[in-house]
Design a protein around this ligand. Structure first.
Ligand code: DGL
Length: 278
């Protein structure tokens, strides 16, 4: 029997819309509910405990909407909170780290992989271990991680191809260039928007991995494997934020890449009690 419940996707804010857009194109017959925790973003500068608490509350909100699957679109929440969410959930929870790591290992030719992300993601070390785990067979595998915190603001500012972004990218990416990486994982929701500039700095021979695309493939596979596909008779994409919906909608379009989300509703996500889950 078809499962017409929506797929729940959450992120610290609007960035996860870059993941949602890939999910919508991978499984166009599915309805989705997106929650952006804009009121408490960014997560990339928060502590491990805070990120777990926020992510649990985000998930509890989505669960209250009767979703059939939870996608943690946020790389920072995936690295810090996936385990806690998986333990607390009775529906499949998908995170972005392993799919991104797997795609990078497939893409590399010289075994040198760069990971760029927020400070909290880099500090967790989890992306690096995921790449090492997925790339076990690659002799002399090198993984170089670099935090690029300013990329988040530059992406939200709309300065994707700006000279300020180019200079910032040159500075951040220098260690990856020096190391000679041939593959870079865009391990943050916002970075796909800066892909042109990042590519310009890294050079044409370097493959950029958009983990959103890899995750969308996993979502499709898990739905199919568990017989959870909808019958496509009714498709709806709903949006929620913990901040002002008009602010969300004003910046959302380029992230979503398919026009403006409409009818976004505000959620008081901090009211969700994590009880003994923490
Ligand atoms: N969504 C976050 C991530 O993918 C970036 C923004 C933030 O720091 O909250 O890591």
């Amino acid at each position: 029997m078809a499962d017409n419940r929506p797929i729940g996707v959450f992120d610290s804010g609007i960035g996860g819309l870059t993941v949602l857009r890939e999910i919508i194109s991978a499984v166009p017959g599915e309805s989705t509910i997106y929650f952006g925790d804009d009121g408490r973003a960014p997560y990339g500068t928060k502590s491990h405990e805070t990120i777990i608490k926020y992510a649990l509350q985000d998930m509890m909100f989505l669960k209250s909407q009767n979703v059939k699957m939870i996608v943690i679109a946020c790389n920072t929440a995936s690295t810090h909170a996936y385990k806690a969410l998986k333990e607390a959930s009775d529906v499949p929870v998908i995170e972005v780290v392993v799919p991104g790591a797997r795609a990078s290992v497939k893409a590399t030719r010289n075994g040198k992989i760069g990971i760029i992300a927020t400070r909290a993601t880099v500090a967790s070390g989890l992306y690096e271990s995921a790449v090492r785990e997925e790339g076990k067979g690659i002799e002399g595998l090198e993984v170089i991680s670099q935090a690029c915190p300013m990329f988040v603001s530059l992406a939200e500012e709309g300065w994707w191809d700006d000279e300020v972004t180019l200079l910032t990218a040159q500075k951040y990416l220098e260690p990856l260039k020096k190391a000679g990486v041939d593959t870079v994982v865009l391990a943050c929701t916002h970075y796909p928007l800066l892909a042109n500039t990042i590519s310009k700095v890294m050079g044409p021979g370097v493959t950029l991995i958009n983990s959103g695309i890899a995750v969308a493939g996993d979502v499709k596979q898990i739905l199919d494997k568990n017989g959870m596909r909808s019958d496509g008779s009714f498709v709806e994409h709903r949006f929620f934020t913990s901040d002002d919906p008009s602010i969300f909608e004003n910046v959302a379009a380029p992230f979503l890449g398919r026009g403006l989300p409409k009818g976004t509703k505000k959620v008081a996500v901090d009211r969700y009690d994590t009880g003994d889950l923490l």
